[in-house]
Design a protein around this ligand. Structure first.
Ligand SMILES: Cc1cc2nc3c(=O)[nH]c(=O)nc-3n(C[C@H](O)[C@H](O)[C@H](O)COP(=O)(O)OP(=O)(O)OC[C@H]3O[C@@H](n4cnc5c(N)ncnc54)[C@H](O)[C@@H]3O)c2cc1C
Length: 500
């Protein structure tokens, strides 16, 4: 017996699922969301919060002349490294709907800083949610609840109900282990994220460095993608695409986050933060913003291109491919290391364009930001021996490894001076995977014959459909654009129009 009956059932309460839920509920739909995790948010809550778009109020205020068409064209540059075809219909949807979607998020209460430059974009387009991705989830969830959307946590999709070729509902395992059947009169929307949390799926598509990498958000195990594959022969497009952040070096998150991370990102509080970012001396406000970080920050590959070394806890150098510094690390036992630099190199990472990482609120974090706010991952000492002691590694091994590293880089002993710095520990993480279900431009899921499956839609990473989203800020833009796009169509839909 069905134990629920709604217009729309959404699988996953991350960014795309909540955006979809809000838009459907605004049109009068009754909406039920099943969420596998203990709380809503998904990878979206872990995100730095970068949202990349043209034509924003921030660009207008900064006098930036940009356009949707220029953003569309620039994505050829941004995605050039992928060396595979893009889904240009979905790219068009992304760049056209990103500007109104940024404004929609702002109307919900999210504040953004920016626009920030990022190469190879020809215009500054990156806008950062204050203080980070968790603020996006906070405001989306508040609006969804206000509209009567029901979100059920610890409730995992197990199967789809299919009647005469139409998806009519979901079978879920509820928090208490019981099975629930929930009917969807209009649509089931898969908004279940990527498959980075599944070692088996990683092994299916990738080689050992990605398989061994640690997932940032482990609940996204791709079950709903495999279900669509099994029931309808739907393709997972670009499942094997290892973008530059796959795997990605990231700092291990703080074991005891600062109390400021518990501040609710209300409009009032984020307004104060924004005011502080604009008006207060950077030496006051930047450490505060850095302490708010709830994500796992990723050191830039540029650190290694410029000459930093990666050293494992035994004091030995890890071989670094500057194009993907995490690759070799994921093959090391323990998948753990420190980034080690001498003073001359470290002092280069104090101003644009040499940043250590992107960071919520402040966009780019430099060495002094880490010094001021992250004692858990910033270490310095006058000598290598003292640094080794601080890191708990054998001093003679560290000394040997660093001398060999500097020699290989053509630096003589007289060039090298303390103090010496280490950042870490770092690990090879799998941030997100790029494979999403094959969808049409409405974001209906397609079967093996490229025909829309009646009643089944997808958005966010689950509905990525082959659109390439390299660079910073396109994934969140896609999550919200695609979630809204699906949500807006569902109540207007005459169900006989679902098939072309
Ligand atoms: C550390 C980090 C930083 C990032 N920073 C940025 C950034 O600054 N800018 C940017 O553009 N992108 C960023 N990204 C990527 C971005 O966060 C994701 O691409 C985006 O949030 C995906 O949204 P989504 O709704 O598709 O998935 P999610 O937000 O992951 O939501 C999917 C939800 O589905 C749930 N779920 C999964 N399986 C099931 C199931 N079987 N049943 C029920 N529920 C299920 C999950 O628990 C999850 O809550 C970052 C990602 C990470 C990990």
């Amino acid at each position: 017996m069905p134990s629920g009956d709604f217009d729309v059932v959404i699988v996953g309460a991350g960014g795309s699922g909540l955006a979809c839920a809000i838009e459907a509920a605004v049109q009068g739909a009754s909406v039920w969301v099943c969420e596998k995790g203990p709380q809503p948010g998904g990878a979206t809550a872990w995100a730095v919060g970068a949202f990349t778009t043209s034509s924003s109020p921030h660009q207008a205020q900064a006098g930036v002349k940009d356009s949707i068409d220029q953003h569309f064209a620039d994505m050829d540059l941004v995605n050039a490294g992928a060396q595979r075809p893009d889904n240009l219909l979905l790219r068009r949807l992304l760049v056209e709907q990103a500007p109104p979607t940024l404004r929609w998020l702002m109307d919900l209460g999210v504040r953004f800083m920016g626009p920030y430059a990022e190469t190879p974009h020809t215009q500054p387009r990156m806008h950062n949610a204050v203080p980070g991705g968790a603020a996006l989830v906070y405001h989306l969830l508040a609006r969804a609840r206000q509209l009567g959307v029901q979100v059920r946590c610890q409730c995992e999709l197990q199967d789809l109900m299919v009647e005469t070729g139409r998806v009519t509902g979901v079978v879920v395992r509820d928090a208490d282990g019981s099975t629930r059947y929930v009917r969807a009169r209009r649509a089931v929307v898969l908004a279940s994220g990527d498959f980075s949390g599944s070692r088996a799926m990683r092994a299916r598509f990738f080689a050992a460095p990605v398989v061994n990498a640690e997932p940032v958000y482990e609940q996204n195990t791709g079950g709903p993608l495999e279900l669509a594959e099994r029931l309808f022969s739907t393709a997972i497009v670009n499942g094997d695409y290892a973008a530059f952040y796959i795997p990605r070096l990231r700092f291990v998150p703080a074991s005891s986050p600062s109390w400021v991370t518990r501040l609710p990102p209300t409009r009032g509080i984020t307004g104060l933060m924004q005011w502080g970012l604009k008006r207060l001396p950077p030496s006051w406000i930047r450490p505060f913003m850095m302490r708010l970080v709830t994500t796992v920050l990723g050191p830039e590959p540029a650190l290694f291109k410029q000459g930093a070394a990666m050293i494992n806890p035994s004091g030995q150098a890890v071989k670094v491919d500057p194009a993907s510094p995490a690759r070799a690390l994921t093959l090391e036992p323990g998948n753990l290391a420190y980034i080690v630099m001498d003073h001359a190199l470290a002092s280069r990472f104090e101003a644009w364009p040499h940043f250590i990482s992107t960071a919520p609120g402040i966009a780019y974090a430099y060495l002094s930001d880490y010094r001021a706010a992250r004692p858990d991952i910033f270490h310095s000492a006058a000598s290598l021996t003292a640094l080794a002691e601080r890191l708990g590694m054998p001093a003679d091994e560290l000394e040997k490894s660093m001398q060999a590293h500097w020699q290989a880089g053509g630096r003589s002993a007289k060039d090298i001076q303390g103090p010496f710095y280490a950042l870490g520990p770092v690990r090879g993480y799998i941030t997100i995977t790029e494979g999403g279900l094959s969808v049409n431009e409405k974001l209906q899921v397609l079967d093996g014959q490229q025909q829309p499956i009646a009643g089944l839609w997808a958005c966010g990473s689950a509905g990525q459909g082959g659109v390439l989203l390299d660079g910073h800020g396109h994934h969140l833009a896609w999550a919200f654009v695609s979630g809204r796009h699906v949500g807006r169509q569902l109540m207007a839909l005459n169900q006989t129009q679902e098939r072309p």
